[in-house]
Design a protein around this ligand. Structure first.
Ligand SMILES: Cc1cc2nc3c(=O)[nH]c(=O)nc-3n(C[C@H](O)[C@H](O)[C@H](O)COP(=O)(O)O)c2cc1C
Length: 221
């Protein structure tokens, strides 16, 4: 698969098939992703990768737990600003619309959001973490590593869903898996095979036109 195909075919998958992922494939992808760039070559990313019984035990724990209060970090802050609130609303409408969940069906929406705790049925969960002393630059490095993984997964015919929702349960996850409290649990990455028939895997995601995001200077016409 060429890179452009991997980029174009990647999407956040929220219904996975009940089909295991070979360990060798996951290991190969993570081995290749070590070549992701990072400022000063710090390579700040770390992860735990779970499947089978350890994953089931974590999920059982999560389902019986409440989100952290306060949370280690606030991923929702830009939503206070109209422009970003509109983008969030649009993706929410498209996603819940695909599942025919109406705006006023708060219980169904909450149930779906909570299915993040089961990573939407993904057979593998990568939990991405790093030391709390890492700063903005290193958070960005971690994002590059995660995107590298997501694209390599496409090359293997696999799919994923990044999950900052897991960050809301950071303390529970760290305690359950023996991670130090000096660690920041950034996000999960559910990994598996997409269900191509699921409406939630097929809705249109809007993107901002290039001209609104990027200015080109000095290229002529
Ligand atoms: C760091 C990060 C965290 C995310 N966390 C969640 C999450 O917790 N739950 C979820 O359903 N989607 C999550 N997403 C997926 C985004 O909603 C998704 O990337 C966005 O709507 C664009 O859709 P696409 O990934 O299908 O292109 C996350 C994405 C990123 C990059």
């Amino acid at each position: 698969m060429i890179v452009a195909e991997a980029v174009a075919s990647r999407r956040s998958i929220r219904t996975f098939l009940d089909r295991p992922v070979p360990f060798k494939t996951i290991e190969r992808v993570l081995d290749q992703a070590r070549m992701a760039p990072s400022g000063c070559n710090f390579q700040p990313w770390e992860a735990l990768v779970l499947t089978g019984e350890p994953l089931a035990a974590l999920q059982e724990k999560l389902l019986a737990s409440e989100p952290d209060s306060p949370m280690d970090y606030d991923f929702s802050a830009p939503g206070q600003v109209d422009k970003y609130q509109a983008r969030l609303r649009a993706v929410g409408q498209a996603m819940y619309g695909a599942m025919t969940i109406e705006r006023d069906q708060a219980d169904r929406r909450a149930d779906f959001a909570r299915s993040n705790l089961l990573s939407f049925g993904a057979p593998v969960l990568l939990l991405c973490h790093f030391p709390k002393f890492m700063k903005e630059a290193q958070w960005s490095d971690v994002g590059m590593w995660l995107q590298t993984i997501m694209l390599l997964l496409r090359g293997e015919g696999l799919d994923s869903c990044p999950q900052e929702y897991m960050g809301m349960f950071g303390r529970t996850i760290k305690a359950h898996l023996g991670l130090s409290d000096d660690t920041l649990l950034f996000c999960g990455l559910g990994i598996g095979w997409r269900d191509p028939a699921a409406p939630v895997n097929n809705f249109e995601r809007e993107r901002v036109p290039l001209g609104e995001q990027v200015r080109f200077l000095g290229f002529g016409t």
